[in-house]
Design a binder for this molecule. Structure first.
Ligand SMILES: [Zn+2]
Length: 433
């Protein structure tokens, strides 16, 4: 299985390495070709879309190019959650792989993807890493989220894969001073070409390394992802490790959406994998203006994502990049702001911890974590009827394991969460200075 998967990824990666330099018209022609196939299958085999097309008096021929997409409504996470069964393509059920996300917006979601989409997603991910100077024989350290119970089964194969791929995994959910001192020693010994992490965790680690004057960590490049990377964080990381930082933007639903290239002039969008729109009040934004990111994934026929509102915001960019790639661009990803939770005993938990944990539990519609005081954490969970005692016990078990015993955890179950009007959802907030 590992070998056949690797071959499929290699194939998509080879394709993407060429298509990134195609003339712009060819990329758009390719997108429209994939879109028409997706629309046709959605209409013919996906009950949710079939009903929607009929209701809107649309036929597949009405959506021939991405300029026609505006005829379809935006799909929210709520639409998905409520219609999951009707969203599966009847003709492709055997190719459906279950997946889930804790969301970048505090809304966990279960869904299905197609094996082929997974290969395209990984091909694009490796291409993004290549832009950041990663080569397949390189040694890479991932300061990343550890697996919880449900993922433990995958652990053995992951371990083998990582040793084959020359990867060292460090747990970004354990970042006390002792943990980071240990990580620094391991990294110095492992001599990676590339370090990769959540933006916030890499910044915290860089600060620790610099404050303690630790020498000997000299990667060629650093890859960050999953949360906003601020300029001050980028500068601190680059100054500490003496190399450039390349930021990527992806999600579990669609994998890599955009990545910075070696020219660092913005993010290249994986146009071959998805059509990305930036909307404000339902209309495309002007260049330089931030809008809601709307994704139409071109390779997931099993459970089509047509105009899916992912919950993030971004700013499109019209200027071309100096690298000569013809992929469309965005200048920034806005609104993925998650605070670190720091406990009285000095444990530091990145905001990414929570979606990682919460995705394993059914019956959570939305959640928000607020650290009111150094020793008090409030968790709001909007639950559905699926949520059980076992679920809360599961969450509390891991919250305790990672947060320690010196912090009060107060779980509340409101009917809804009052998010701020700005549209930027911060699901992890620390009010502790
Ligand atoms: Zn470029």
């Amino acid at each position: 299985m590992i070998i056949s998967d690797a071959l499929t990824v290699r194939k998509t990666h080879n394709f993407l390495m060429k298509s990134q330099y195609w003339p712009r018209e060819d990329i758009e022609r390719y997108q429209n070709l994939k879109l028409r196939a997706l629309i046709k299958n959605s209409y013919e085999n996906v009950p949710y879309y079939h009903d929607m097309f009929r209701r809107l008096d649309l036929k597949p021929d009405d959506i021939k190019t991405k300029e026609d997409l505006h005829k379809l409504p935006i799909m929210t996470k709520d639409d998905l959650r409520q219609n999951l069964d009707k969203m599966l393509a009847r003709n492709l059920r055997s190719r459906a792989m279950p997946s889930q996300t804790g969301g970048s917006t505090g809304e966990p979601l279960k869904f299905y993807v197609q094996r082929e989409m997974w290969a395209w997603a990984n091909g694009a991910r490796y291409r993004g890493w290549n832009w950041a100077h990663y080569n397949f024989r390189d040694r890479m350290v991932d300061l990343w989220g550890a697996s919880f119970e449900i993922e433990q089964l995958e652990k053995m194969s992951t371990k083998i894969r990582h040793s084959l791929l020359r990867r060292l995994m460090l747990n970004a959910f354990k970042m006390s001073d002792e943990d980071m001192s240990q990580y620094a020693r391991q990294i110095i010994q492992f001599k990676p070409n590339i370090l990769r992490s959540f933006s916030g965790a890499m910044y915290v680690f860089a600060k620790y390394v610099s404050d303690n004057n630790i020498k000997g960590i000299e990667p060629q490049a650093i890859i960050t992802t999953a949360e906003n990377l601020y300029d001050f964080q980028r500068k601190k990381i680059e100054d500490t490790f003496g190399c450039r930082v390349y930021d990527g933007y992806g999600s579990r639903e669609t994998s890599l959406i955009a990545h910075e290239c070696e020219h660092l002039q913005g993010y290249h969008i994986s146009d071959e994998n998805s059509i990305v729109e930036f909307l404000k009040d339902g209309e495309p934004v002007s260049p330089g203006e931030s809008g809601n990111i709307i994704i139409t994934d071109l390779h997931n026929q099993v459970m089509p994502w047509l105009r899916y509102s992912i919950g993030d915001m971004g700013t499109p960019k019209m200027e071309k990049c100096g690298c000569g790639r013809s992929l469309s661009m965005m200048s920034s990803i806005d609104g993925r702001v998650h605070d670190f939770i720091v406990t009285p005993s000095g444990q530091r938990l990145p905001g990414e911890f929570f979606p990682h944990l919460f995705k394993d539990v059914s019956g959570i519609q939305e959640y928000r974590i607020i650290q009111k005081k150094i020793d008090k954490l409030e968790i709001d969970i909007v639950r559905t009827s699926e949520f059980t005692d076992t679920d809360i016990q599961y969450l509390l078990k891991y919250l305790r394991e990672y947060l320690g015993d010196d912090i009060d955890i107060d779980v509340k179950y409101p009917d809804k969460i009052d998010w701020p009007e700005s549209g930027k959802r911060r699901y992890t907030i620390s009010e502790v200075a």
